[in-house]
Design a protein around this ligand. Sequence first.
Ligand code: BTN
Length: 330
Amino acid sequence: MLSAQSLLQILADGKYHSGTDLGVRFGVSRAAIGKTIHKIEQNYGLSLFAVRGKGYRLQQALELLDENVIRQKLMEQTSEQLNQFEIFFDIDSTNRYLNNKSIEGASSGYLVLAEQQTKGIGRRGREWMSPFGSNLYLSLLWRFPYGAAQLGCLSLFIAVAIVRALQKAGVKDAGVKWPNDIYWKNKKLAGILLEMRGELSGPSAVVIGIGLNINMPASSIEANNIDQPWIDLQTILGQKVERNEFTAFVIDALFDVLNNIPDEQNKLLKVWQQMDILKEQNVDVIFADKKISGKALGINRDGALIVHHDGKDIVCHSGDVSIRPGLNDD
Ligand code: BTN
């Protein structure tokens, strides 16, 4: 049946497809194909060439996410634990969707990916820009027998998992920025959003949301709306990244870390500390009601950031941190 999705699956190869051939394939008129092409441009922000005598082609070929390909590339143990797996072409937010599923009682190990999010949720009320077919938008539901009180370091552990996946893809110098960002040379590469439900003492359900720039179209409206320096994986590696394969790396690394909490907690904290980009830097920390400036000293055992300010070591459990420009160059 003709739909924007089914047509896009054919056009994803980046080659020309004639309107007549496409019409025959879907059993519809050329006009119907033309209308659906228009829909693809409108809904997914993709650019298409239409050339008389040749047909339609995408400006750039796309590697669409494919459950079978991802599953084939997963480690056996991950695949067995992956309870449910859904890939959306288009969704408001994978986290919002999975939060609803979690309330309905969905089981641990439920994974959702999307090609595009129309209202991706970022931290601190920001929108996570999520253009079509280019990045990683992933949410995973995980249930813990214990509560939020014992999960203070979870976002740090998830960051370690992402860096491990990046290393497997060939990225050498990714860093972590407290509490849950992945950076490369002072540019943001990925963000983590954890949404927890349950009693403080447990059990709890966490929706782990990850947004990672794989191949952000630099001229897109979304890219222009990002209000901080950013980078994508393809630019770092200087070559095309296979999205399905890289997605499998991330899923494997996530399951590995999640299966090893709490046993490997101390080890994971040490790994995180080695990649801490704020350590010894002069920083500003913005809280809901105030701002402090001082030297970041690293994290404590609870995953809180310690900032030396006004002669005291301040323990920050939340806050928006930025490196103070100019003050750290020696
Ligand atoms: C941040 O602000 O740094 C966190 C961004 C988290 C974005 C991801 S994309 C997949 C998941 N779904 C959402 O709506 N948000 C998270």
